[in-house]
Design a protein around this ligand. Structure first.
Ligand SMILES: NC(=O)C1=CN([C@@H]2O[C@H](COP(=O)(O)OP(=O)(O)OC[C@H]3O[C@@H](n4cnc5c(N)ncnc54)[C@H](OP(=O)(O)O)[C@@H]3O)[C@@H](O)[C@H]2O)C=CC1
Ligand SMILES: Nc1nc(O)c(N)c(N[C@@H]2O[C@H](COP(=O)(O)O)[C@@H](O)[C@H]2O)n1
Length: 220
């Protein structure tokens, strides 16, 4: 499986404010780039924190991109994946609607009643790990479902875990021209953080997009 991470951050490295509400950091050209990136992938993955904060839809907006996918024999939208150990995703969340296939990666510890709620909402449940979803196991389960190219859109906890597990092949990072600040605001890589063996990034390309900068890295 090839894994691409994508995020938009402020010039001080924040994905959102301390309120953890969605902050629009990308401009129109960057959102169009992300739409095309989604269209190039088999699935788009976010953490439960992002679902709770943003109620995202994670679909492809541009009808031409959807038509291209159909012509290639694919569904119009990639699958959506939520990483949610205890199956707390609300069944009426936009990420679980019938626009596309939805998977929830849960832990063994997910209560049976919550699993039933999600299954009844038409969601495919994949069990990976116990007290916390094991992303390596979860990504392997997704690969077994036919997902060969996966986009990880965040947030900071999931991105950290994906980097820590050595699962990310590429990173696209839009750096917007604003400051958000706040010691409790989410950053590109939260979790416990690294104290050594810092993941090294190989800068492949830099481009001015909207009023910010798009950096593309390979992960070494
Ligand atoms: N600017 C941008 O590009 C983006 C910004 N965001 C912003 O990021 C914020 C949300 O990020 P954040 O709060 O970090 O939440 P995340 O979306 O990263 O989700 C974190 C949650 O995922 C669950 N989880 C399960 N397994 C793991 C694992 N192995 N590693 C890490 N997490 C795991 C945990 O909940 P549990 O234990 O219950 O399963 C955890 O609390 C929001 O403010 C959102 O707006 C989000 C995406 C992109
Ligand atoms: N690329 C990008 N730029 C920003 O400025 C953002 N705030 C985000 N957020 C991500 O996009 C998701 C929303 O997706 P939908 O529009 O609902 O499909 C959100 O959940 C974040 O993952 N991304």
């Amino acid at each position: 499986m090839h894994v691409v991470a994508n995020a938009a951050m402020s010039a001080d490295g924040k994905l959102s404010s301390r309120r953890r509400e969605q902050v629009v950091i990308s401009g129109p050209d960057d959102f169009a780039r992300v739409d095309a990136l989604r269209a190039s992938c088999d699935a788009v993955l976010v953490g439960g924190g992002t679902v709770r904060a943003d109620d995202p839809h994670l679909t492809v907006e541009d009808p031409d991109l959807r038509a291209e996918r159909r012509e290639a024999g694919k569904p119009p939208h990639p699958a959506r994946v939520v990483v949610d150990t205890r199956a707390r995703t609300p069944p009426d969340g936009r990420v679980l609607d019938d626009a596309a296939v939805s998977y929830v990666l849960v832990g063994e510890s997910a209560p049976e009643d919550r699993r039933t709620v999600l299954r009844d909402a038409g969601t495919e449940l994949l069990v990976a790990g116990d007290e916390r979803v094991d992303l390596a196991v979860g990504f392997a389960a997704l690969e077994a479902e036919g997902i060969d190219r996966l986009l990880v859109e965040g947030g900071g906890e999931i991105l950290f875990s994906a980097f820590e597990a050595g699962l990310v092949d590429e990173l696209s990072l839009f750096v917007g021209s604003l400051l958000i600040g706040g010691r409790d605001a989410p950053t590109l890589a939260d979790g416990m953080g690294f104290v050594d063996e810092f993941p090294a990034l190989d800068l492949k390309d830099v481009e001015r997009v909207d009023d910010g900068v798009l950096c593309r890295y390979a992960v070494e």
